[in-house]
Design a protein around this ligand. Structure first.
Ligand code: F6P
Length: 748
């Protein structure tokens, strides 16, 4: 209320000052105009009277004076005639008795031989007086005065002030009403709701923030409160989960346990994560900038770790608004727990390092999908240069950290471990390779195989998803470079340095930190404008390793073999565009779209489309709704290191329902034996798996899902990080080497 009064007081004062100021100016202008007008009228009348009176004064014709007064006199115009001594000879009767005050003007006119004028109060009324001298033969023989009624000037000015006062009143009423409504709708009510919301949160009720907690109005306050509420909800959920686990005597890794583990093992030593893909990119959306979580299994897996342990994440700043937001930012933006340090790459670097060597060379080299790798010397140069650039940034970030822990991610940074270790031998460096490792013959086609292996072996620990990939790697090392491979310890010894090579099957976070939302299958289908009895879902980046065409062929085959399921089953494919500058990816995009079109045209019927294809970026919340509503999820990659979509689907199914159809060529298939395992190249086999998924009894579905959920929950991402970090911690601390020369020299 006080705020409203203060606001209104200010508005009233401002309105008053503005209206009064403008009225004053208007009155001044009007007055000048009216005075000019009355003066002009008086001067004209005075000239006429002078002409008529001059001969009369010379003749001293009293009868003539009466005629002049009658002829030129009016109710608002009086006339006075003076002799050469300034005495009144004759005057209009209404002013005659009161002409005394005019003598100074009369004397002035006669002595100056010119007109004299001004306002005078004559006979109890305000008048404009204009006096002109009368002359004959160059002698002053008298004067005439014209007196015009000027009362109306004052009433006119008064009228102006009155009108302004009314205007002021109306304006104040209007502004008061509008301000009151605005304050109530946009400030008082939302604040009251936010207060109510925070009260409910404090009481432990997980309610969504009020929709009118408008960040643009409340600025950072709304963001801060939202962040605080989220932190509170997380902390409460974590505490509840811990208590539950303690009660059941379970030893599942949780965010809290990982945090404590890192504190005990590493104390204040910070963790540095390096990856190509950044956890959050900032992109322009019209005139605003929004945060986007990329479609990346790596990000899904790594983010919970930095959220739990803090640290610095070094990554390529690839969003088109990243530079506007900043090079070094705290994340999550509403409640920062770790730092993102962005590395900027120019178009040439990105083309050679990311699109070229990493994704047209190493990616097909490591995946057995019959896509020929392309190795170009220029790309290799950029790959080295960008690894070098990331190394410099990382070293800068680690400058003040003793014994830092460095977690390098993926095939984009094969050279980075060696570069870092050379400069900072005190750092414990792990390299995790998120994609498969091929057999040594396949790897042998890479022209820079030795450099890549030596770069990787700079790490203290190299991790793969499966033992099979570790074995492939060790065999490649054994056959390619000099060094001792100790198969019983899974290590590579080169000179003083030992690299441990171990499997760490990556996973997802499974804690239910937020209240699971209810899912209505019909509503989820309605979002994509379909309705059916059964819903299948697939979630992929558009990548040739994911087996999209093979999957679509299997879906078509399913409807051909079991036509009774037409109109009853819909498959929704969520497809995130990826690496779209590479021609092979463009071709796949085209091929997939064309296949979807063809299936829908050939098999679809009026009011039913067998396949819904959603080709755009989807955020986690949207994807989760599809996972939770689906009767079956298809993860049929042709070759995949792990494939976290399979685990995300399972983690989302807290109803213990849904069937997973999983390619046996994914790392995930080693752990998820309760999925329907398929060979994605075998179209008949995959089509049959769809039928089995739909016809599976609820009991079997639940049993399978419960077992898979137990597996994913047990082998979650916190356990993955805990295992990887304890392996790193076990490695003896290398004494700081004598470093010579500049960092730049040594890194080249
Ligand atoms: O699978 C390898 C990988 O780097 C993942 O870690 C990640 O999910 C995916 O590729 C993303 O690819 P990109 O970053 O090129 O979009």
């Amino acid at each position: 209320m006080r705020l409203l009064l203060r606001l209104l007081g200010g508005i009233w004062l401002a309105t008053l000052v503005v209206i009064a100021g403008f009225t004053y100016l208007e009155v001044q202008e009007e007055r000048a105009r009216l005075v000019q007008d009355i003066g002009r009228r008086a001067a004209l009348a005075a000239d006429a009277v002078r002409e008529a009176t001059e001969p009369l004064v010379a003749r001293q014709s009293r009868a003539g004076y009466d005629r002049v007064l009658k002829r030129f006199g009016r109710p608002d115009r009086s006339i006075a005639i003076y002799d050469q001594f300034g005495s009144v000879i004759e005057a209009s009767p209404e002013v005659k008795p009161a002409l005394g005050p005019l003598s100074p003007l009369v004397s002035e006119a006669m002595s100056n031989r010119g007109p004299a004028r001004g306002f005078q109060d004559v006979g109890g009324a305000r008048r404009w007086v204009h006096v002109v001298p009368l002359e004959r033969d160059d002698l002053i023989i008298g004067a005439v005065a014209i007196l015009l009624d000027a009362q109306y000037l004052e009433s006119y000015e008064w009228g102006l002030w009155q009108r302004s006062a009314v205007r002021l009143g109306v304006l104040i009423l209007l502004l008061t009403g509008i301000t009151w409504l605005l304050v109530r709708w946009t400030v008082t009510r939302p604040i009251a709701r936010m207060a109510e919301w925070t009260k409910q949160l404090k009481a432990g009720q997980p309610v969504a923030p009020p929709p009118d907690a408008d960040a643009s109005l409340f600025g950072s306050l709304a963001g801060e409160v939202t962040g605080l509420a989220r932190t509170l909800a997380r902390a409460r959920a974590v505490a509840e989960q811990e208590a539950r686990l303690r009660l059941h005597g379970e030893s599942v890794w949780t965010e809290e346990r990982l945090k404590q583990f890192v504190q005990i093992r590493f104390g204040a030593r910070p963790i540095f994560v390096v990856s190509n893909r950044e956890p959050v990119s900032h992109v322009r959306d019209g005139k605003t900038i929004k945060e986007l979580q990329p479609a990346s299994g790596l990000v899904t897996a790594l983010e919970p770790i930095v959220l739990a342990c803090g640290g610095v994440w070094v990554a390529h700043g690839s969003g088109d608004a990243d530079r506007v937001v900043g090079e070094r930012i705290g994340l999550p933006s509403d409640d920062p727990t770790y730092t993102l340090r962005r590395v900027w790459l120019d178009a040439e670097e990105e083309a050679g390092y990311y699109y070229g060597f990493a994704n047209e060379g190493l990616w097909p080299l490591c995946h057995i999908v019959h896509e020929r790798p392309r190795f170009r010397a220029g790309d290799w140069e950029q790959y080295r240069a960008v690894n070098h650039k990331f190394a410099l940034t990382l070293l800068e970030e680690m400058e003040k950290a003793d014994d830092p822990i460095v977690l390098v991610q993926d095939y984009h940074f094969a050279l980075l471990p060696q570069m870092i270790k050379r400069e900072r031998p005190d750092a414990r460096v792990a390299l995790f390779w998120h994609i498969p490792w091929p057999n040594f013959e396949a790897f042998g086609i890479c022209p820079w195989q030795e450099e890549i292996l030596l770069g990787m072996l700079g790490a203290d620990l190299v991790g793969f998803h499966t033992q099979f990939h570790c074995n492939n790697f060790l065999e490649t090392v054994e056959r390619t470079i000099e060094g001792r491979v100790e198969w019983d310890h899974f290590t590579v010894v080169r000179g003083q340095h030992t690299t441990h090579v171990l499997p760490f099957p990556i996973s997802v976070a499974t804690d239910a930190v937020e209240e699971p939302e209810r899912v209505d299958k019909a509503a989820v289908m309605a979002q994509v404008e379909v309705s059916a009895e059964f819903l299948g879902v697939g979630v992929e980046r558009i990548d040739y390793t994911k087996g999209l065409p093979e999957r679509l062929r299997a879906i078509r085959r399913f409807f051909e073999r079991w036509p009774q399921y037409r109109r009853r089953v819909v498959f929704v494919q969520i497809a995130s565009p990826s690496r779209t500058r590479i021609p092979r990816y463009q071709a796949l995009q085209e091929e997939t779209r064309a296949m979807v079109r063809a299936i829908n045209e050939e098999i679809g019927e009026r009011g039913w489309r067998p396949v819904v294809y959603r080709e755009r970026h989807h955020d986690h919340r949207e994807i989760r709704a599809f996972y939770r509503a689906a009767d079956f999820c298809m993860v049929t990659a042709l070759h995949d290191g792990m494939n976290l979509v399979a685990k995300e689907f399972i983690a989302a199914r807290d109803d213990d329902d849904g069937v997973l159809i999983l390619s046996r060529f994914t790392g995930a298939s080693r752990e998820l034996g309760d999925a329907l395992l398929v060979n994605p190249y075998d179209i008949e086999d995959t089509a049959d798996a769809i039928r089995r998924a739909i016809e599976m009894s609820q009991r079997e579905r639940r049993d399978r899902m419960a077992r898979m959920r137990a597996q994913v929950r047990e082998q979650n991402i916190y356990r993955w990080a805990g295992r990887l970090l304890s392996e790193l911690a076990r490695i003896p601390r290398t004494a700081l080497a004598d470093r010579q020369g500049t960092t730049e020299d040594r890194l080249v």
